[in-house]
Design a protein around this ligand. Sequence first.
Ligand SMILES: [Zn+2]
Length: 318
Amino acid sequence: MLSSLLRTIEQGFGPLLSSASDIAFLIGVLMLAYVILAPSIRIFVEMQAANVGISREWIMHCVSCRRMTVVSASECEYCGHKLNIPWPVRLRQAFSRGSEPHWLEVTRWIYTFLGIIAFTLITVVAFSLSGAWSPQSPLEKLFVGLSLLTWAGLGWLLGRVFGIGTGGPVSRLRDAVFSLALAALLLTTTTLASAARPVEETVIAQVRVDGQVAQLGSEAIALVGYQLGLEYVHVEHAFAGFRWVAPLAIVGARRLELPMDERQRRVTNFLWNHAGTLSERGLVVRKRTDQFMVRESGLYAIVLRGDEITIRQYANPS
Ligand SMILES: [Zn+2]
């Protein structure tokens, strides 16, 4: 139902949707590249700065000797005057990335780098397995673009939640809440993207109907009352929302088996032979025969479309 609704939206917007989806996809890819590249470049620059001896420190004016002192202890490093730093400021310094010992800096680089690699790997695997790199329709491309953008945002926020020196407990909590919201949004956009993907059609076989005779390959069967039966195995798991069909034969006065590759034949036979055991686990396996009216003579195609199987007449019989 969602798919047909999306199809209607797609037809309604037409070319406008096409350019919008291109832009959304481009922005998504760019943001993803930014989230991966920006921290990598930052680490690279920090490593170079550390190499020449630049370090980041908190400094302050000493009221006693009037020199700039590094705030590492509670006294001035020149005259030993007590600096009197209030405890909230000390707390902030502890959480924010100010003066950082070299070992912590190196740990942070490695930790951040591993995070970037993990994020990149998950991205590449998820998007190549789901086929999202090659959207089949403008609407799917739009939702893939929005998903990329959301995923990039989620990656950036997770970097802040789990990063070293990326903020105090309150800001981490805030970023964690935003992460959850983005995760929910990501689930929505990916669901919409997969619903917007056009279902692939496979023509299983062609049947030539001539009056009350149907011909499949070199064999022919007689039809009764212009009805052509289509027998198929129907597998369904109602709870998991799983459905699968495999066409078996066309049926008229007798049964004529459809061509099927060896692997599919084995799967189908296994399912049918274990139907009883499988049904105890909620997987219902049954054979069905649908009747189609083929009053007009001509060439018909047996079409598998997702988990639907149907017979369709060719527009111009050849
Ligand atoms: Zn001083």
